[in-house]
Design a protein around this ligand. Sequence first.
Ligand SMILES: Cc1cc2nc3c(=O)[nH]c(=O)nc-3n(C[C@H](O)[C@H](O)[C@H](O)COP(=O)(O)O)c2cc1C
Length: 335
Amino acid sequence: MYYTAANIVLENKENIISNLLLWIKNTHPNRTDTLSKCDRDLRNVINAFINGLKFNNKEHIQFIVEEFYRNNTLQLQSTDVEVACYTMLRDQIIELCGGEIHANSESLQTINHIKYLYNELINQLVNGPVYTEMNVEKASFIAERCQRNWDYDNPVSIADYNSIIQSATTMPSKQNRQYYKLLVSTNKDFNRLCYSLAVDRTNPHFDQPIHRNGQVLAPMLMIFMPADESQIDDPFNDDFEKNFHISIGLSSGVAAHSAAMLGYKTGFCACAAWEELYTALNEQYNIPIPTWFRGLMLGIGNPIWEYSRHNVFVDNVLYNTDDSYDKIVDVKFVH
Ligand SMILES: Cc1cc2nc3c(=O)[nH]c(=O)nc-3n(C[C@H](O)[C@H](O)[C@H](O)COP(=O)(O)O)c2cc1C
């Protein structure tokens, strides 16, 4: 593990990004209209270096390259600017880690790993990915992201549907009490209704289709809803709200990761007019209204490979969403 180096890159991330963006702007002014995409790609690549250093593997780099080759097609006009940019990135990271000239044996190991990550990135970016099998890390990168368009001709198989539900609903909860109920739908009309109410009524942007939560319009939709508190046999009087949130976090997280392991894409949505949604589900599908208007939705299925995961595709119209967020969780290692 090269955690110190990972931290150094993380601390300098914004600086590195602004330097490299400035370089792109100055040397390739005609790319300026796609600068926000460059910014997004750079963030992804730097995060992949951080994770590669932190966990001593190339899994995040591998994921990034496969994303660049979505649908077996390179998603960039060319790779020359990227190669130049990532070469500068490599050199900046090496410098930040003390540079090559005065490196001792420990920092040389770090530098070699940085070069290894860089070589994997560049070789596969230029020559095409050497695809690897699905694994725990790759699945986690998929589950972290939000798929917003779906291929309805290629739904979740029955066997996988059962596996996902089983793994999700067998996650532990406080004294194995049932703090949530699960609704699972493969009914397109039902999912369409949920999608139409996956809105924030207080946010006027939701009047624009660009802000629609396309992830909800998935072939398989899971809705984690509150159980009836009065039905829970709890001699300790544990906090219901806290346990509901923990329980659906565990369950939905495993659902998403299991689905990704099985080759699907996933997308979460907590945004809904929950009272309206539960009322409509009650009126139209006879689903009992929970005592509490909270919930979480998880869409699962196969993507339309031609489109980026950010694209919402509804009624044959394609909308681009720019809502995408990154994180690097602070992990302290104690050995
Ligand atoms: C609990 C939870 C709730 C979420 N709610 C929403 C939501 O209401 N709307 C939305 O667009 N994305 C929602 N997301 C998706 C995250 O924003 C997304 O996973 C994150 O931005 C990274 O993925 P991306 O790069 O594909 O955007 C939610 C994710 C989680 C885990």
